[in-house]
Design a protein around this ligand. Structure first.
Ligand SMILES: NC(=O)c1ccc[n+]([C@@H]2O[C@H](COP(=O)([O-])OP(=O)(O)OC[C@H]3O[C@@H](n4cnc5c(N)ncnc54)[C@H](O)[C@@H]3O)[C@@H](O)[C@H]2O)c1
Ligand SMILES: [Fe+2]
Length: 512
């Protein structure tokens, strides 16, 4: 918080120590004072002195001073201190994370060393045929071979993985005597691998795991090597599997499906095409916004969510426009991880509850469904929690003071602008397979999805149908569209060093 406390040494008899602490603390900023008092309490340890410390840290004077001190901070300020949800019970708040996460260039190599240290001998690599075909999986198999770890490959996983794909992978894990699972790819291979790893140890059918914490035993060790940015699936306790018979995406929310190691190396993300970068980036933005307005958010998830929003709004256009921009890829990897940290504990809302139904019924890309639903659902939420949009607006780069209506307006426009800037279709109408007459059935299933439980307000079935309809119909202002095209063109002009490169970029813009 502040360097000053580093210069204070604590020594001598306890009484004088306490005196020295109090006197030194009074000359510091309130936050440093609190930190010192807490450090001091740990060091002093005696109950006599602890009472004084507790009394001091609980004083209204200090609380007021801290409020003032934090008021200007977006990520730790107004929202964190004027915390908007009561604690959800009498057992505290749980924060879920993988035991180890490796981020940045070289993370894949680091992860394999960790597996070796754990003593594992043979991996089932869960991936998809595209990633095998383009040679991306070889990056993982080469490092495994170098480390002397054997592997078998299951590449039957497809976008929106299904129950039968999980069953095929499960057969292979047993047949090949694999002692751990390594997922390589985006959210689909991670979810498929989680389902394989949990049913391998718990037995039974993955369908029986739908809901919250249904497992009774730990899953096989799982390493999730992420190649999109993203779903956050490489580090979450969520596992989304399509039941192809019911046409629904099941939400399996279970702390035991949290991967053991999460790996985010931006170099494995360079090959993502523009449309995938855009869709997965908008998925991450949806995670951050839904986690922030969730009824069970807490100051830790809020900080992660707001910083994720900041990074995504700053770097997603650059990552889409120039996939080789390693800084943009790196920042998006951090952003999706932060958004994952937020929703893994705060959960999600109706954007995901509804997007899962579109994915289950029409097999549409998850990130695209979220991007199209995000505006209409947040417009609905803003009627109930408009004050929460003040910090969201700040994170997206707008200064709105205390004006919540202005904040809502800015956030809704920013969502639309970012979605258009990265080339996501305007509405659900753009997909021929989406039929208005399916909306009542989709709404029924959305209302059963576990992700909707933490939405800031529970909609009625008619309201959910109306939200699908709004996402189906939404259009853009011509003026907004013009502004967006101008922004895309000037970004391309700034990036391209010669006429040929600029022409190529413009062609890409117009054909996307
Ligand atoms: N478990 C969770 O916490 C969670 C959260 C959000 C979404 N999801 C799920 O994740 C799935 C979507 O995952 P996704 O959006 O990451 O995509 P994906 O895993 O479905 O992959 C989409 C396509 O992108 C390709 N691809 C992946 N990485 C690539 C790369 N680096 N370069 C080129 N191509 C690449 C794949 O081969 C595939 O064809 C959905 O099923 C969704 O429900 C899970
Ligand atoms: Fe998602």
């Amino acid at each position: 918080m502040c360097d000053t406390h580093l210069t204070v040494s604590i020594c001598g008899p306890m009484q004088s120590c306490a005196k020295m602490l109090t006197c030194t603390c009074n000359s510091l900023q309130p936050l440093c004072r609190l930190e010192l008092l807490l450090h001091g309490s740990a060091l002093l340890g005696s109950s006599q002195n602890m009472d004084a410390v507790y009394a001091r840290t609980a004083s209204q004077e200090l609380a007021n001073a801290i409020s003032e001190d934090l008021a200007g901070h977006t990520t730790q300020g107004a929202h964190g201190l004027n915390y908007h949800h009561k604690s959800p019970g009498d057992e505290g708040t749980t924060f879920f994370m993988p035991s180890k996460s490796l981020l940045g260039e070289g993370a894949l190599r680091g992860a394999v060393q960790q597996i070796k240290a754990l003593g594992h001998k043979k991996a089932l690599i869960v991936t998809d045929a595209v990633l095998v075909k383009v040679g991306a999986v070889k990056a993982a198999t080469d490092v495994l071979t170098e480390a002397g770890i054997a592997f078998a490959i299951y590449d039957g996983c497809q976008p929106n993985p299904t129950v039968s794909q999980v069953e095929d992978g499960l057969k292979l894990v047993k047949q090949e005597n694999c002692d751990f699972v390594l997922s390589f790819g985006g959210g689909s291979p991670h979810d498929c691998a989680k389902a394989i790893a949990i049913t391998a140890t718990n037995g039974g059918d993955i369908r029986a795991m739908e809901g919250v914490d249904k497992s009774t035993k730990p899953m096989l060790t799982m390493v999730a090597v992420n190649t999109t940015a993203g779903t956050g699936a490489e580090m979450t306790r969520f596992c989304i599997i399509t039941d192809e018979v019911r046409h629904v995406k099941m939400a399996i929310v279970d702390w035991r499906v949290t991967p053991t190691l999460a790996v985010n190396d931006p170099k494995t993300m360079i090959g993502m095409p523009k449309s995938l970068t855009a869709a997965t980036g908008m998925d991450a933005l949806t995670h951050a916004i839904e986690a922030y307005v969730s009824t069970i958010s807490n100051p830790v998830t809020d900080a992660c969510a707001l910083h994720a929003m900041k990074l995504i709004s700053a770097y997603l256009p650059a990552a889409v426009e120039d996939g080789k921009d390693l800084k943009a890829r790196d920042m998006m990897a951090y952003a999706e991880f932060l958004a994952g940290m937020a929703f893994n504990s705060a959960s999600l809302g109706y954007v995901h509850a509804m997007a899962h139904q579109l994915g289950g019924m029409y097999n549409l890309p998850h990130g695209v469904c979220n991007a199209i639903l995000l505006g209409p659902v947040q417009e609905y939420n803003a009627k109930y929690v408009p004050h929460l949009f003040i910090d969201i607006a700040g994170a997206l780069g707008f200064s709105v003071g205390e004006d919540k209506d202005l904040a809502v307006k800015k956030v809704l426009k920013a969502i639309k602008d970012l979605k258009n800037r990265v080339g996501i279709p305007k509405n659900l109408k753009a997909f021929k397979e989406v039929k208005v007459e399916h909306f009542p059935a989709l709404a029924d299933n959305a209302m059963k999805d576990a992700c909707g439980l933490t939405n800031p307000h529970q909609p009625t079935k008619d309201e959910v149908i109306a939200l699908f309809q709004a996402a189906y119909d939404q259009e853009d202002d011509e003026a907004d569209e013009l502004e967006m095209l101008q922004k895309q063109l000037s970004a391309a002009a700034a990036r391209c060093k010669d006429v040929a490169a600029l022409k190529k970029a413009m062609c890409e813009l117009y054909t996307k």
